[in-house]
Design a protein around this ligand. Structure first.
Ligand SMILES: Cc1cc2nc3c(=O)[nH]c(=O)nc-3n(C[C@H](O)[C@H](O)[C@H](O)COP(=O)(O)OP(=O)(O)OC[C@H]3O[C@@H](n4cnc5c(N)ncnc54)[C@H](O)[C@@H]3O)c2cc1C
Length: 408
């Protein structure tokens, strides 16, 4: 291997965890006048706020609202962004092999997230849509519109997976169908259904929360199919052990694939995630950190693995930023501790469901508004925040974005 680029601090992946690490590191390095630079690497030249992608898929917000160009993030700082794909991490050599060559590092933060798990189900990867990336979300939206343009008829949209993501996606698609598409394509009949392998939706939530969610989904006309294990997905059908249903759009929201196994030797991984200590350092290499979905670890004196959610990724990223700077200054820092502030879940347009950590439950417009406000707070820059808030406010009075981009 030829050593091409040398990085003081290398961040692999600029999603929720990587971006939070970058933000805090840049701030702390400047504050403490430490002359180290950060190299932020991602295969896309933009940051994606994944929790908003189903709203991009349903045209409720524009792609630019869920993304930030990474060159803009590093502009005016001594830090750099590199567009490249991570191929393999060699922690024993402090080196990462990427699509543009090898990069050696002093400190490395791994934040490449997770992928989609199709559990080896025949046809699932081939014939399903997803909302995992910006491209996926835009393809889904455009494909629904394309289908409606080519034939004004009945459309069956099935969402596989009744966890948070599946419920959020179903709510958004149903809102799109029952408002804008109903007006623009009056002959179309769009059926939305959630398919869940077990007997409950959102099993992580308390029973009264589950009941409220089911009541809301029923009110929106979304069908729910429980105890239904998908055996095979075809272009226009989903096959179960006891029945086959028509499916023009199968949207896969059923599982997370852990990626560490593709990036590192198996001896450095645990359950295809990166095993970390209480400081989020790799258990064998203290200059290699992990944040976000790739982490395999738990709070001190607890056994539950950190959840694979944006809130955990952000808080881990912020912590690692501080930890690296403290290490450079030869100072000690308390171990990382993750405590969730609660669950914020939108179900369709202008309706949300929040369960706070103290058990307080809020539903309706205010809950939906809180979730969007949390995002606006997260986004950097006053002008960007203002633009998003103005656009969202104006969008309340107009149609959603229903352009079919499949043409030339
Ligand atoms: C549709 C959807 C809705 C969600 N809703 C919520 C929600 O409401 N609340 C919540 O808390 N969580 C939610 N989540 C989960 C949340 O998005 C993830 O837990 C979080 O994004 C994980 O952060 P991360 O930094 O680990 O990875 P990500 O945010 O996924 O970022 C990973 C980054 O790494 C880059 N990357 C990946 N592989 C490579 C490679 N080989 N080389 C270079 N770059 C690479 C990607 O381009 C990406 O920028 C949702 C997830 C999905 C899919």
């Amino acid at each position: 291997m030829t050593e091409k680029i040398k990085a003081d601090i290398l961040i692999l992946g600029a999603g929720i965890g990587g971006y939070a690490a970058f933000k805090n590191l840049a701030k702390e390095l400047k504050k403490n006048n430490i002359k180290k630079t950060i190299t932020l690497l991602d295969s896309n030249n933009y940051f994606t706020f994944t929790p908003l992608l189903h709203e991009v898929a349903s045209g409720s917000i524009e792609p630019g609202h869920a993304t930030i160009p990474l060159q803009e993030l590093v502009y005016g700082t001594p830090h750099h962004y590199i567009k490249a794909t991570v191929e393999k991490i060699f922690p024993e050599k402090n080196t990462v092999q990427t699509s543009i060559g090898n990069i050696s590092y002093e400190y490395c933060v791994t934040a490449i997230g997770s992928g989609i798990n199709y559990y080896g189900i025949k046809g699932a990867a081939e014939f399903s849509y997803s909302v995992r990336t910006l491209r996926n979300a835009m393809i889904l939206r455009s494909s629904i519109i394309e289908k409606l343009e080519s034939c004004d008829q009945e459309l069956n949209i099935n969402i596989v997976g009744g966890g948070f993501t599946g419920i959020e996606v179903a709510g958004q698609i149903s809102s799109l169908a029952s408002h804008d598409l109903k007006k623009l394509y009056p002959k179309a009949k769009i059926n939305v259904r959630i398919i869940q392998a077990t007997d409950k939706l959102a099993p992580q939530l308390p029973p009264q929360a589950q009941e409220k969610i089911v009541a809301r989904l029923n009110k929106m006309g979304i069908k729910i199919l429980l105890n239904a294990k998908v055996m095979e997905v075809k272009a226009c059908e989903i096959i179960f052990s006891n029945q086959t249903i028509a499916s023009d759009f199968t949207i896969w929201c059923a599982g997370v694939e852990n990626l560490a196994g593709y990036m590192m030797d198996a001896s450095f991984c645990e359950r295809d995630r990166m095993p970390v200590n209480n400081f989020l350092q790799h258990k064998m290499y203290s200059n290699l950190y992990a944040v976000g979905d790739i982490v395999c670890g738990n709070n001190q004196n607890e056994t539950t693995t950190y959840p694979q959610i944006g809130e955990a990724a952000e808080s881990q990223g912020l912590y690692v930023g501080r930890h690296i700077v403290h290490t450079l200054m030869k100072k000690k820092i308390a171990p990382f501790y993750f405590k969730s502030k609660g669950t914020l879940m939108p179900i369709g347009e202008n309706y949300g469901y929040n369960v706070f950590h103290n058990g307080f439950v809020l539903s309706g417009f205010i809950a939906w508004w809180i979730r969007r406000t949390v995002y606006v707070i997260f986004v950097p820059g006053f002008l960007r925040k203002l633009k998003i808030v103005l656009d969202w406010t104006l969008n309340l009075f107009g149609f959603r974005y229903t352009v079919d981009i499949s043409g030339n």
